[in-house]
Ligand binder design. Structure first.
Ligand code: ADP
Ligand code: MG
Length: 495
């Protein structure tokens, strides 16, 4: 069972007992088939808990209704703006959606930095900055005099409320808040209240507030342009939409980037938080919070605990912290420090740089695992971290990276297996064919993540035939598509 067949095969200087010690420490991070099945079962239970009206308040997986009821029909068209806020980059986009039979979507976008002090400063400053970037982008495109519809991809847990009126047309339907009682709703966008910041954001005065309101206020404060904010979209939903535009089997969206999250189409009768039993609704699971109740504690290690404790949101997003780009490098760094202290690495000497939080980037995991033969890449990365490494050191570091990335992909697969099996059971099917739209740099660039995840899903839910489709810019394009549909429905409603 020991991974040492890999280690021992390569080892030149380390003796058998050292190999065994390394294996012992890595053992808890290698998940057995039974463990994965157990995690998948527990995830399924937490999904049910989040969906139930009575159990939702204490559930860690919040299963947030999005009021998006189906996937696009391809007849949408027009010019739209989109904002994508939710992790590493903040982007502003212009998207042209054409209904000329070819389902063509053209996009221009600009990345803007969000300085760290703004991520953790006041909410007013953050939204002023967002409005300023938007103004800059519109200046560049010379469209500041136009009032364009805007979709806001805001990839943090939001609860959408005040939704009491629905419009539907074709395969696609979104439910909007209707503030006025007459048939001319003032506000077409669902109120989206930020539940909690995640992924390194911590700006004050935003939690518990409607983010559309904050955006509108910031634009009003400037007064140099107008915007018609039409939809707030989670990046998982945008990704599902984008892939659903091309593949009608796509009813799940998955993100493995800075953070990790997924959404899927649930039967309305199971969505107890929303009235009505007909049809389906997209649920933003906020699955990163799985384990926050303690139910993953028997699989978490001291290294996971250390990363969690040193994060901006200790105790929260425990599943995400074992899976996503913001954390994997940090887990590896913690293990390397521990191994060095035990005299298993770098001749027992820790460099100052390795003590720096965040210094071991998740992209190193990809680079190290891409390096099949010479281990030169590993050594040059270690050198960059001020670490004098031997050949054995490189092999051990590579093994640590492999174990951590594999565990992340398997956990993601265990969650996904629960989702596809639930959908299959919902529909009373013996077998289900379904597509998952996926976005996120970790998923896209890590050499083994997608393969391991796919294998895990196949093994844990053998009755489902699951296709994974990479989305091209799910958050940007998806926000525009949802906005496009919302506008179409709105126009239909006004006639
Ligand atoms: P976001 O989730 O913020 O929208 P991305 O999908 O681009 O953004 O994901 C960013 C995350 O991807 C970062 O946490 C970063 O560590 C990670 N990352 C960047 N490059 C790579 C790579 N080559 N391999 C694996 N992860 C990477
Ligand atoms: Mg993204």
């Amino acid at each position: 069972m020991i991974a040492s067949h890999l280690l021992a095969y390569f080892f030149t200087e380390l003796n058998h007992s050292q190999v065994q010690r390394i294996d012992k420490y890595l053992y808890h991070m290698r998940l057995s088939d039974e463990t994965l099945q157990e995690i998948s079962n527990r995830f399924r239970k937490d999904m049910e808990k989040g969906l139930g009206a009575d159990t939702n308040p204490t559930a860690s997986v919040k299963m947030l209704p999005t009021f998006v009821r189906s996937t696009p029909d391809g007849t949408e068209e027009g010019n739209f703006l989109a904002l994508d806020l939710g992790g590493t980059n903040f982007r502003v986009l212009r998207v042209k959606v054409a209904d000329n039979g070819s389902k063509k979507v053209e996009m221009e976008n600009q990345i803007y930095a969000i300085p760290e002090d703004l991520m953790r400063g006041s909410g007013v400053q953050l939204f002023d900055h967002i409005a300023e970037c938007l103004a800059n982008f519109m200046d560049q495109l010379e469209i500041k005099d136009q009032k364009l519809p805007l979709g806001f991809t805001f990839s943090f847990p939001c609860s959408q409320t005040k939704l009491d009126e629905g419009w539907s047309q074709g395969r696609f339907e979104i439910q909007y808040s209707k503030v006025e009682t007459n048939y001319s709703p003032r506000s077409w966008v669902a109120e989206s209240v930020l539940v909690t910041w995640t992924k390194g954001f911590k700006s004050s005065g935003v939690e518990g507030r409607d983010v559309v309101g904050l955006l509108r206020e910031a634009i009003r404060r400037r007064g140099d342009f107008e915007i018609d904010v039409v939809a707030v979209v989670n990046d998982t939903v945008g990704t599902m939409m984008t892939c659903g535009y091309d593949d009608h089997n796509c009813e799940i969206g998955l993100i493995v980037g800075t953070g990790s999250n997924a959404c899927y189409m649930e039967e309305m009768k199971n969505v107890e938080l929303v009235d009505g039993d007909e049809g389906r609704m997209c649920i933003n699971m906020e699955w990163g919070a799985f384990g926050d109740s303690g139910c993953l504690d028997d699989f978490r290690t001291e290294f996971d605990a250390a990363v969690d404790e040193n994060s901006l949101n200790p105790g929260k997003q425990r599943f995400e912290k074992m899976i996503s780009g913001m954390y994997l490098g940090e887990i590896v760094r913690n293990i390397l420090i521990d191994f060095t202290k035990r005299g298993l690495l770098f001749r027992g000497r820790i460099s100052e740089r390795l003590k720096t939080r965040g210094i071991f980037e998740t992209k190193f995991l990809s680079q190290i695992e891409s390096d099949r033969l010479a281990l030169l890449q590993v050594r040059s990365i270690l050198q960059h971290l001020g670490l004098e490494s031997t050949c054995d050191d490189s092999i051990i570091v590579k093994e640590v990276c492999t174990v951590i990335a594999r565990r992340a992909a398997q956990l993601c697969g265990a969650g996904m297996a629960a989702v596809v099996d639930k959908i299959r059971e919902n529909r009373g099917l013996d077998s289900l064919k379904i597509t998952v739209g996926v976005d996120g740099t970790l998923y896209k660039l890590h050499p083994h993540f997608s393969t391991v995840m796919r294998e895990t899903v196949k093994q844990l839910s053998p009755k489902c035939e699951v296709t994974f489709l990479q989305s091209e810019d799910g958050s940007g394009k998806g926000a525009a598509l949802i906005t496009a549909v919302a506008c179409r429905i709105r126009e239909a409603g006004q006639h």
